[in-house]
Design a protein around this ligand. Structure first.
Ligand code: SF4
Length: 221
């Protein structure tokens, strides 16, 4: 029996339905997207779900409702994920709202989204931004994290959750958005070049011989 054609952006789920995922840079939503989301949530059988990666998933679609919803969301300005691009970092609110934040996390998030989000990466390479070491966005538990401190951003790599969680290791401190984008691109490319199917940065670091080898590769020692 011939398989139905795969529609980019609509991903088969275990129960036979399709799911679609929308990017939400910095986790912020505008009125146009909110209106479209409210219409999506009213569709019969559709569940609108906020993921732990600060994205929005539409569950319970079929190919007809999925295509139609994709058109509506894109017309409202949404970016629907259709491939394995880096996408946006998960970001806490930071300055000026959070009293603990050292920096404007949304500004860094926007800069990274503009300059790195389209980079195609192997699964799974996750990036986070936190305005202070409290790391509400788990930036120190992701493959790459930028953590605000008084004098700039500490850069952590190799963190992950899972059955055996791992805290990221600090590799350097930076002061500019440009440096953050440069590290993100370098690391995402190094990761993708090193992965056959699926991995995490922590595993790649171990394969390279440890964090000092990675620092050398990135030019930090
Ligand atoms: S990580 Fe720090 S700056 Fe960000 S929300 Fe948490 S406490 Fe505030």
């Amino acid at each position: 029996m011939s398989q139905p054609l795969k529609i980019p952006g609509l991903n088969p789920q275990k129960d036979g339905s399709l799911a679609m995922t929308m990017e939400v840079p910095n986790g912020n939503l505008n009125p146009g997207i909110m209106t479209a989301l409210s219409e999506a949530a009213a569709m019969p059988g559709v569940t609108v779900h906020i993921t732990t990666a600060q994205k929005i998933m539409f569950l319970g679609l079929d190919s007809k409702s999925g295509k139609s919803l994709m058109e509506k969301m894109e017309a409202a300005g949404a970016v629907i994920r259709k491939g394995r691009n880096l996408s946006h970092a998960r970001t806490c609110v930071g300055r000026p709202w959070c009293k603990y934040g050292w920096h404007d996390t949304f500004a860094l998030g926007e800069y990274l989204y503009k300059n790195t989000a389209k980079e195609m990466t192997a699964p799974k390479f996750k990036v986070g931004i936190a305005g202070c070491p409290a790391c509400c966005s788990w930036a120190n538990m992701l493959d790459l994290g930028f953590v605000g401190v008084k004098s700039g951003w500490k850069v952590f790599v190799g963190g992950h959750g899972g059955a055996i969680p791992q805290t990221g290791l600090e590799i350097t401190k930076i002061t500019s958005h440009e440096e953050a984008a440069e590290i993100t691109m370098k690391l995402a490319r190094l990761f993708t070049d090193s992965v056959k199917k699926k991995s995490r940065m922590d595993r790649i670091i171990r394969k390279m011989g440890g964090i000092e080898e990675l620092k050398k590769e990135l030019g930090f020692s």
